[in-house]
Ligand binder design. Structure first.
Ligand code: NDP
Length: 386
């Protein structure tokens, strides 16, 4: 490992990925130095994290919580900022080498672009950024000489399979999906499923939005689009296979027909650590996989008629332009409405489809077009709900 410690900013430190990333950093104080922590509104946890991990700066996006955080940290050296714009500014701070984007949804796009422009490498958990504006983000990263390291376990698996193979052409990638809590159910059985049922993922403990996306297979759809941009693939080079045990995290098939897979117990700390520490594999005491406990690993085709969101994502990717941005915005409104008991489970994909049909198509969007498409979609989605 190089002697210089890697200086890390964590956007969304109070979330599922953020808290696990802090465990990784705490286990490797010789490798990482923490610069920035941010939260949306969870001031209590942000204060606790700041006292424990002693970053240079914290940001609370919700400005009404500024005084509380500032007062609580007044006896420390930690600088406190508030508001959305502060997120875009702290990623540019001189000592930061790498930004872990662990905030959720469209809110990740602007700070990710700011970090790339400032030449900071990205450990990308916030898949929505690449779904909304994958072409723009990856082009900018290339121009700025910035690497985007995937944190999503499937994309980390593909990246790990590609290490040592970067010059060999990929025939296709195979993204694995657990199938979520409703695997095997038909549409009529999904009409009355509850929020509590949808929030019970069989293999992973995650934030609420991605857990609902996993139940509706929208998460896999977002991952398909994320993979297309991360690995510069054509649309027909991406397959999805349901693998309920979540042991194989994804696979790459090369042009000689050979398939490489990356395996392990489901634990997000591993892909987080791989992204933050790349190109080094850091030691860990994470639980090891035991073949004797898994006598069979199984695979099946995804049911895209029942779980329409996955098909909608493939369609939006095929259409290109602002279609994935529209799908993402519609889905954020749909998931929020489902979590607040405003709509049922199946209505989420209905809303997504409505927005994809209704919002004006832009073939070659600029950043401003993405911002406008996002706003327009949220407006149309709210109208549909009312
Ligand atoms: P959580 O909901 O657990 O955490 C989200 C974090 O982002 C929190 O720190 C939250 O702050 C902050 N945040 C939320 N909204 C905003 C906003 N508008 N502005 C600024 N900060 C905000 O999410 P996850 O950790 O589950 O997911 C984070 C990202 O990682 C998502 O894009 C997800 O798809 C991706 N991902 C997650 C995985 C997982 O295992 N959880 C696996 C693979 C990818 P606060 O706590 O104050 O609300």
């Amino acid at each position: 490992m190089e002697s210089k410690r890697r200086h890390i900013a964590i956007l969304g430190s109070t979330g599922s990925i953020g808290t696990q990333a802090l465990e990784v950093l705490a286990a490797h104080p010789d490798v990482f130095e923490l610069e920035v922590l941010t939260a949306n509104s969870n001031a209590d946890l942000l204060i606790e994290q700041a006292r424990t991990f002693k970053p240079n700066v914290v940001v609370i996006a919700d400005e009404s919580k500024y005084q509380m955080v500032s007062d609580a940290l007044a006896d420390t050296d930690v600088k406190v900022y508030a508001g959305k714009d502060a997120l875009n500014q702290v990623v540019e701070m001189e000592p930061v080498d790498m930004v872990l984007t662990a905030l959720v949804g469209y809110a990740g796009l602007a700070p990710t672009l700011a970090a790339i422009r400032a030449g900071k490498h990205i450990a990308l958990a916030n898949k929505e950024t690449l779904v909304v504006a994958g072409e723009l983000v990856t082009k900018l990263a290339q121009e700025c000489g910035v690497n985007i390291y995937p944190v999503d376990s499937e994309h980390s698996a593909i990246f790990q399979c590609l290490v040592g193979e970067f010059h060999n052409p990929i025939e296709k990638i195979i993204l694995t999906a657990s199938g979520g809590p409703f695997r095997g159910r038909k549409r009529e059985e999904l009409a009355s499923v509850t929020r509590a049922q949808a929030l019970k993922h069989p293999n992973w403990v995650m934030g609420a939005k991605i857990t609902i996306d996993s139940a509706s297979l929208m998460n896999k759809g977002l991952e398909v689009i994320e993979a297309r941009w991360l690995f510069n693939l054509k649309n027909d080079q991406i397959d999805v296979v349901v693998h309920p045990q979540s042991i194989i995290h994804s696979m790459v098939q090369f042009t000689d027909g050979s398939i490489k897979a990356q395996m392990g117990l489901p634990d997000m700390k591993l892909p987080i650590q791989f992204a933050l520490g790349y190109p080094h594999r850091l030691n860990s005491n994470f639980e090891r996989f035991d073949f004797a406990r898994y006598p069979s690993l199984t695979f099946e085709q995804p049911d895209m008629e029942t779980f329409r969101n996955l098909q909608l994502a493939f369609d939006a990717m095929e259409r290109g332009g602002n279609a994935p941005c529209v799908l993402n915005a519609a889905n954020e409104v749909a998931v929020d409405a489902f979590l607040n008991d405003r709509i049922g489970f199946l209505a989420m994909s209905d809303l997504n489809e409505h927005c994809l049909r209704t919002v004006d198509f832009v073939e070659h969007p600029t950043y401003e077009d993405y911002v406008q498409s996002d706003e327009e979609t949220r407006r149309i989605a709210q109208e549909y709900l009312n």
